[in-house]
Design a protein around this ligand. Structure first.
Ligand code: ADP
Ligand code: MG
Length: 571
């Protein structure tokens, strides 16, 4: 393996050459503190930057074993180090050094969550980090001296500052690691306490703005659990913590407009992930299998059994295998629920703000006017209990607009000027005082539903020329020649998860057969999730990409279900 002097010599030799000369950098270079792998060299200074991988041996990096002895700790430590790299880049690097992206260093984008990511791995062997680098050029001519300053000056300094334990703030590292582990432990205690979610006392739920996931700094009212719903859970590091436990079953969140209902529900939706210290939602945890359900008119639906909610459509459409290029509000919401159940949801999170009214309720007067035989929809109101009874699936529902739900709920939480009150007793009293003449329409049970078997080849991740294409943004995932609309999915924590979903779908298309499942969507998703847990996301990628984060299987399912090329073996 050549050393840094060799690299320096090469960079001087190719100074002034055409950009293609940078290809000679590919391979391994030995530095005093680490090994540099140049895995990918960009084609020109405007293209996606080159991919560097640095390996710092364990004894040089010097992280105490204790900081990564469990999976939760390791993931949090890795998250900390990625953030340290991102913070040091502008401190250490000069920045622009020529045309296009010349001079740029970058690491993966991240938000408020602690997630398993491909950008950084720590083990007993050491730390391995993937860093992007815009190799400098003037036009298409190599700027060798600039590259030398980057790779031999800035890069080693970056590694020293961000990846060597002795240069980090040990208190901050420990807080981050313990916070991640504590959140994970809280989530694991939910089931034994009969809870689906926990919101810690003092948590800050509101966000800075509609487009920022950072905490609201001014005027945020800290969370105060109502006495009757207060539970104390254990944190392995920070000790016991009090908070509001949301019990399994049906929970209603009521209250006046602008009193914080949706904010609470959004915090629960994000509670499937761990958050960084200072986020305000560090100790807001929800069962991992909680899925946000909303109406999504216009979406594509492929052969979903929505018959528990919808039957006898006027055009005679079969709702045991419902397909459409353009779902209505109610059919899309029904499909979203059935797909979530197929993927193994344990908790549904529903907000009236984003629901179809005719899917949610059908009141006494409407029953009198429109006969049951004339209404294809069985409202969620009449199925929500049966769903819990028959399948053990809980629902947390924001509903300020209809008291009909009091009938079917276990717990009613009222948000009053951002403070939760337990009004279950009052709601039940109202049920007794004002009995409804409304007839339940849900039937004997929730109803059985049909498993789907996808044609794996109908996931088409390659372009017509055969090139694998995955591009993700907040709004869409591009796979091969097709785009999947993600605008109304709210449980992607960050864009790197979107890209990862693209690669996982591509992997399913090409290797899904090897998973040895019965071929149902459910088994495929579970087997894929197991694969990622056991072997790491890296093992399922075509190359060592550093810009991906592990998604949940529900988001993989959501993308698959919206892929307009999807076909079934059992339509
Ligand atoms: P609702 O769904 O009840 O109509 P929202 O949850 O949308 O209300 O909240 C209304 C506004 O109040 C939002 O701007 C939100 O950021 C803010 N908000 C929510 N919770 C809090 C809180 N605990 N402290 C301060 N502001 C809050
Ligand atoms: Mg709302």
């Amino acid at each position: 393996m050549a050393d840094q002097r060799g690299l320096s010599g090469l960079l001087r030799r190719i100074d002034g050459s055409g950009y293609g000369a940078y290809k000679q950098l590919r391979g391994r270079w030995r530095f005093p503190d680490f090994t540099l792998h140049v895995d990918h060299v960009q084609g020109d200074p405007f293209a996606a930057p080159s991919r560097l991988r640095v390996q710092v041996p364990g004894e040089v990096a010097g992280f105490p074993r204790d900081l990564f002895r469990t999976r939760a700790r390791r993931i949090a430590l890795e998250d900390f180090l990625i953030r340290a790299l991102a913070r040091e880049i502008p401190e250490v690097a000069k920045g622009k050094r020529g045309s296009g992206r010349s001079g740029e260093f970058s690491v993966v984008d991240f938000g408020q969550c602690i997630l398993p990511r491909t950008a950084l791995r720590i083990s007993l062997e050491g730390v391995e980090a993937i860093i992007s680098c815009g190799l400098p050029a003037a036009g298409r001519r190599v700027l060798g001296r600039e590259a030398e300053a980057m790779l031999l000056g800035e890069l080693p300094e970056l590694v020293r500052r961000a990846l060597l334990y002795r240069n980090l703030d040990p208190g901050a590292v420990r807080r981050h690691v313990e916070c991640g582990e504590d959140a994970e432990a809280l989530r694991e205690q939910l089931a034994e306490h009969g809870l689906v979610a926990f919101v810690a006392e003092g948590a800050i739920l509101p966000r800075a703005s509609g487009v920022s996931d950072r905490p609201l700094r001014r005027g945020a009212v800290p969370f105060t659990p109502p006495e009757s719903l207060t539970v104390t859970l254990e944190r392995p590091n920070a000790g016991p913590i009090r908070g509001m436990g949301i019990p399994a079953g049906i929970t209603l969140i009521v209250g006046g407009g602008y009193h914080g209902k949706s904010t609470l529900l959004s915090a629960l939706a994000q509670g499937v992930y761990n958050h960084i210290p200072g986020d305000g939602r560090e100790y807001v945890v929800t069962r991992k299998e909680a899925v946000v359900i909303r109406a999504e008119d216009g979406r594509f639906v492929c052969g979903v059994d929505i018959s528990p909610f919808i039957s006898n459509l006027p055009n005679g459409t079969d709702t045991k295998s419902f397909s459409t290029q353009n779902a209505s509000g109610s059919t899309s919401q029904a499909a979203n629920i059935m797909e979530a159940l197929e993927a193994g949801a344990a908790v549904l999170l529903v907000d009236e703000d984003t629901s179809a009214t005719n899917f949610m309720i059908r009141d006494e007067r409407m029953q009198a006017l429109v006969a049951k035989e004339k209404e294809p929809i069985t409202p969620f109101l009449d199925k929500v209990r049966l769903l819990y009874r028959d399948y053990g699936v809980s629902t947390v529902l924001v509903m300020g607009g209809s008291g009909d739900y009091f009938e079917v709920t276990d717990t009613v939480i009222m948000m009053d000027a951002y403070r939760p009150l337990d009004v279950t007793g009052r709601a039940k009293e109202i049920v007794r005082k004002y009995p409804l003449k409304r007839r339940p329409e849900g039937g004997e049970g929730f109803g059985a539903f049909r498993a789907r078997r996808p044609v794996l080849a109908s996931i088409q991740p390659r372009t017509r020329k055969g090139k694998l294409k995955v591009q993700g943004s907040r709004l869409s995932l591009r796979l091969g020649n097709y785009s999947i609309d993600l605008t109304r999915l709210s449980q992607f924590a960050e864009v790197p998860q979107v890209r990862a979903v693209g690669y996982l779908l591509a992997w399913l298309a090409e290797h899904g057969q090897d998973l040895k499942t019965d071929g149902t969507v459910r088994e495929l998703l579970l087997a894929l999730e197991r694969r990622v847990e056991e072997e790491g996301l890296e093992a399922l990628l075509p190359a060592r990409y550093g810009d991906l984060a592990v998604p949940r299987r529900f988001e993989v399912a959501a993308a698959l279900n919206r892929l307009r090329t999807l076909r079934l073996r059992n339509p």
